[in-house]
Design a protein around this ligand. Structure first.
Ligand code: G6P
Length: 362
């Protein structure tokens, strides 16, 4: 059943492996036979009136919001601000005239997010909760709800809920862009793209033993590591680093590649693992230069890229998908690297120390 591990040693591996199915399920649930989004008209009407979207979340869900900002801005021309709920509530920015609030929460129970929703309701603004748990607190209290349909996520480290949040936000952005008759939205074939994503994820999952090996080679005994990425790859580097921190206790940081030269590069020593995510064509050559810079200082570099290049170190090559959705693929190697690093160090992958699946205190 949904809540049993079956043949898997840990829920996290089961949940990573379910991601292609979740992508297909979202397409089946939220798209019609022609690939057009099926989203409640009242929700779209409310969003259409908004002059700014505020995305609020915590942890991994916050990272899913960072990825989605580009989708709402490019596909729907809706200016979007993404904030940590814990910061926003007590240090609220100057709001737009017609704000719309999107709460991302796997559990629907995160207190840091709920305290913002309580204020949003007092202010009288419309809200949407995107959650995996029907009937959860944030779902009941928001004006609208969209369900992630990812099935129960039991491992503390979130995987399939993150990719479901990105895919469902892409569907919502496409739907909103269509109501505004925007050509970029009309041309964005979300059904085809989600199919390509599901297949690309499956290819990575089928290679899972390779990630066990790469985890041993690059992250075997290290106490620190860096993920770098620029453009669309930057928010993924944050999530990739978080996965590693949460379950393997490796001190990992995600950095915007260009910022290396503004400070971070002083941390690179002989043998420091640096994992570069390179899917964004606009900045790929720049990130590759950053790779050369850290390699020249002794870094042990692994690349996760959309296109293979001749180079000396290992590379993981991803399937070619629309750049707005590349996070859905580039995160999977990072999830698997974190999983195997934790497993190989003998930790309880599903129940990392000090962490809870849902945090109901501020
Ligand atoms: C906890 C979990 C994280 C999660 C965060 C937000 O801290 O350990 O994995 O990302 O809460 O949870 P939510 O259910 O609101 O997405």
């Amino acid at each position: 059943s949904d809540t049993e591990k079956g043949p898997y040693p840990f829920y996290m591996l089961k949940e990573i492996n379910e991601q292609p199915t979740v992508m297909r399920r979202l397409a089946q649930t939220y798209l019609d036979e022609k690939g057009q989004p099926q989203i409640a008209p009242e929700l779209l009407a409310a969003l259409k009136q908004a002059d700014r979207l505020y995305i609020l979340a915590a942890g991994t869900s916050y990272h899913a919001g960072l990825v989605a900002k580009s989708m709402f801005e490019k596909l729907a021309q809706l200016p979007t601000e993404v904030s940590l709920a814990s910061e926003f509530g007590y240090n609220t920015p100057l709001l737009a005239k017609k704000p719309f609030f999107l709460f991302l929460s796997q559990s629907g129970e995160t207190a840091d997010s709920r305290q913002v929703l309580v204020k949003v309701k007092q202010w009288g603004y419309p809200s949407l909760t995107m959650t995996n748990v029907p009937g959860s607190t944030l779902s009941r209290e928001a004006t609208y709800t969209l369900l992630l349909k990812a099935g129960p996520e039991i491992a503390v480290a979130s995987t399939k809920a993150y990719t479901a949040q990105i895919a469902l936000q892409a569907i919502l952005a496409k739907a909103l862009g269509e109501t505004r008759q925007l050509v970029t939205a009309q041309k964005f074939d979300i059904r085809k793209q989600l199919g390509l994503v599901a297949n690309g994820m499956q290819t990575l999952i089928d290679e899972h033993h390779r990630f066990d090996q790469l985890a041993k080679t690059y992250l075997g005994t290290t106490s620190n590591a860096f993920y770098i990425g620029r453009g669309y790859d930057y928010p993924v580097s944050l999530e990739a680093a978080l996965k590693l921190k949460e379950i393997s206790y490796v001190q990992a940081e995600g950095f915007a590649g260009a910022e290396l030269k503004h400070g971070t590069i002083s941390l690179i020593e002989k043998g420091t693992p640096v994992i570069a995510i390179i899917t964004d064509k606009r900045v790929a050559s720049h990130t590759r230069s950053n790779v050369q810079e850290v390699r020249a200082r002794g870094a042990h570099v692994l690349t996760i890229a959309m296109h293979a290049v001749a180079q000396q170190s290992d590379q993981v090559v991803l399937a070619d998908v629309n750049p707005l959705l590349s996070a859905l693929l580039s995160v999977v190697p990072a999830q698997l690297l974190a999983y195997y690093t934790s497993l190989n160090r003998g930790y309880d992958v599903d129940k990392p120390r000090n962490l809870a699946k849902a945090v109901t205190v501020e």
